[in-house]
Design a protein around this ligand. Sequence first.
Ligand code: HEC
Length: 203
Amino acid sequence: MHYLSKSVMRPFLAALALASISMVAVHAEDAKPADPALANSLNTADKSAEPDDKLLKKDAAVKVEEGKYFDAEGHPTFHITDAGKKFDWYTYSGYRRYHAECHVCHGPDGMGSTYAPALKDSLKHLSYEEFIGILAGGKQDVSSSDQKVMPAFGDNKNVMCYSDDLYVYLKARASGAMGRVRPGDKEDKPEAAKKAEKECMGG
Ligand code: HEC
């Protein structure tokens, strides 16, 4: 990580610190089974969604805090209701951010392009911490001769202030909970999201 400038590392470390705080907070949660009241209700008619039962189970929400859903490991996760038609705020927001900042390289709906990998596949195996780390610090396949670079977004507030949103959206795509759809109906923007956005964008 020595090649990262201080300005890149600061938000990166902040994100990691936050991640570890939420992990500590969740240990007690580990044994908790998914709350049926928080279960996802998917659209079985959507052929562009490829539900992966194992991932759907792993990503299931066990708790909700001010409109933000968390899985058993304490990482943010998606929440889809009304037979796949209604999305939690963060998944909706992640969809929008993704299509503003990432889709030029990674293709629409996380499908990938000739330049960059399909994030709907990457997020099947990348951990939350790995995702945030790559987002902040970038990534370059040193063995490849064709110089494809994932830029470091550590200094870009339009990305880093919405890193959890991007994560949950891409997790919804990776687990197949969400197909290639434009989210229509959504939960109201939580007060906590408004506050966090103001602090992050303004600070
Ligand atoms: C300028 C093009 C470009 C943009 C814009 C871009 N990426 Fe990337 N990204 C890449 C490339 C190229 C790679 C592959 C790098 C490698 O493996 O060496 C990559 C890799 C990644 C990976 C790792 C994937 C894996 O399988 O290991 C993640 C995660 C990622 N990008 C997330 C994002 C997100 C989220 C955004 C939007 C905020 C974004 N990227 C915007 C080009 C881009």
